[in-house]
Write a protein that binds this ligand. Structure first.
Ligand SMILES: O=C(O)CCC(=O)C(=O)O
Length: 274
């Protein structure tokens, strides 16, 4: 399955060329049949180096925002010690003009438009830090069955800031499951690993500059970060403009409403957004 990435790259001049940003017909076919596609070298090393520095600025200049009661933040347990580690800023654009620039980058917007055959709109964005030791994510599909009105055209562009490897817990996607939900129980979001065939797994081993694009129903998971460095990724999600228009503000309002009670019961304190 890993070979599929190499094959997709070899079949298309687009994926090899920085600055060109429409998916080739072969890449589109791949995306449609597998539910994901990897595009190599969409960004230059220098651009991603700038984004890496921006994550360092955020960790120092915005350190006071990192708080379990701040609805912008989420935490993840250390896979061995259980220690709670800061994991993600969600959203991030309002504290990072550079992240905002990436989420509206014309190369990404063009790729998304070639998937949608119409303009794409930013739905949400999150900056995942995945500190050393952080546990991974259980298997899931991003579109929640229980969430009425959630756009079915939800697609995520994964922008790696550090090289993503099996050792540091790269995202793993399973091909060919994106036509439907894998559970018809609205209370089930995290899926048992046996739901998918391990032979259909691709580890998204990416270099900074590459991107992976996957559908909101493509099941994915990740393992713990067993390296000694952060594995940072910017996860940017879009919807097709005809599928509900611009929903980013409404989405975050609803998302934070849903999180509030859970975070307040976990932390025993009042939540806020800052
Ligand atoms: O960070 C990862 O590897 C996975 C993240 C993920 O699955 C998600 O945010 O939906």
């Amino acid at each position: 399955m890993v070979d599929m990435i190499a094959e997709a790259d070899a079949s298309s001049p687009v994926s090899q060329t920085a600055g060109v940003s429409e998916l080739s017909p072969q890449q589109l076919d791949r995306y449609r049949s597998d539910g994901f596609v990897v595009v190599r070298n969409l960004f230059s090393a220098t651009e991603i180096q700038g984004l890496r520095q921006e994550t360092e600025r955020l960790l120092t200049e915005c350190a006071d925002l990192i708080n379990p009661r701040n609805l912008r933040c989420r935490y993840m347990a250390h896979h061995e010690t259980g220690e709670s580690l800061f994991e993600v800023f969600d959203p991030v654009n309002d504290i990072s003009p550079m992240c905002e620039q990436f989420t509206h980058d014309p190369r990404i917007m063009n790729v998304m438009e070639s998937i949608y055959e119409e303009p794409a709109l930013l739905f949400k964005e999150k900056l995942i830090f995945k500190l050393p030791g952080a546990m991974g994510y259980n298997l899931h599909q991003d579109i929640p069955l229980y969430w009425e009105g959630f756009p079915r055209t939800f697609v995520t562009v994964l922008i790696p800031i550090d090289e993503t490897t099996r050792e540091n817990g790269c995202t793993e996607v399973f091909s060919g499951y994106h036509a439907d939900f894998l559970s018809n129980n609205p209370d089930v979001y995290m899926l048992p690993d046996e739901t998918v065939d391990p032979a259909r797994r691709t580890w998204l081993e990416l270099q900074p500059g590459d991107v992976a694009i996957f559908h909101g129903l493509t099941p994915h998971r990740s393992s713990p970060n067993r390296s000694h460095a952060m594995r940072r990724t910017l996860y940017v999600s879009y919807n097709a403009s005809s599928d509900g228009g611009d929903q980013r503000t409404a989405h975050y309002a609803k998302f934070q409403d849903k999180m509030r009670a859970r975070v307040e019961s976990q932390t025993g304190g009042k939540t806020y957004f800052q």
